[in-house]
Design a protein around this ligand. Structure first.
Ligand code: IMP
Length: 193
């Protein structure tokens, strides 16, 4: 059974394929299916919006994820607005700069506690759904380090790591402890695959 992927972000698609790709046939979102407006105020709400739109457009099972960074000292921001934190069309560098600026000199690591959260919705044309979630606790570093990954990876050091940021880890090291890796592991467990 092919599963259509909602994400058009090549780095996220690559991460999904790396973990799930040999268990299911994953097909990319057809080019003529437009982005949905992600205007829900929860991760699961946004993931469901994307999955429903894709099922309706393709008639196939669809897998959508929504993810983001929650920083305790910022009352959970950037949260569902992680991708657009510094404004529409913001780059990863813009978003990281805004985050570091807002955190200012808050002491590391305790005062800079944060987590990545990922929710996956796999939805079938008959309306059945499997919803899973993964989180990864950590803290925001004083400044960016590392060249790997994407988004906020250069300023996020996971608690389950050795002090390096996600951007300083290999893809496999990150997947083993990341919010997305954990949400996918929960999905695979839920499907008994
Ligand atoms: P989404 O594409 O709507 O799920 O938005 C996710 C946004 O959250 C991304 O654009 C990043 O800014 C951030 N994000 C989610 N997962 C990660 C990750 O694994 N590393 C770094 N940033 C992430």
């Amino acid at each position: 059974m092919p599963i259509v992927l909602a994400s058009a972000n090549p780095k996220k698609v690559a991460e999904l394929r790396a973990v799930i790709g040999d268990r299911f046939e994953l097909v990319p979102r057809p080019a003529d299916v437009p982005d949905v407006v992600e205007d829900a105020d929860t991760f699961v709400g946004n993931a469901r919006l994307k999955a429903v739109a894709l099922v309706e457009a393709t008639g196939r099972a669809a897998l959508a994820d929504d993810s983001g960074l929650e920083v305790d000292a910022l009352d959970g921001r950037p949260g569902v607005r992680s991708a657009r934190y510094a404004g529409e069309g913001a780059t990863d560098e813009d978003n990281v700069a805004k985050l570091l600026d807002e955190l200012g000199s808050v002491d590391a690591p305790g005062g800079r506690a944060a987590r990545f959260r990922c929710v996956i919705v796999l939805r079938w044309p008959d309306g059945r759904e499997v919803v899973t979630e993964g989180t990864c606790e950590g803290h925001i570093t004083a400044g960016p380090s590392g060249e790997g990954g994407f988004g906020y990876d250069p300023v996020f050091a996971p608690d389950d790591g050795d002090g390096r940021t996600f951007a300083e880890m290999s893809g496999d090291e990150k997947h083993a402890i990341s919010h997305r890796g954990r949400a996918i592991a929960a999905l695979i467990a839920a499907l008994g695959a």
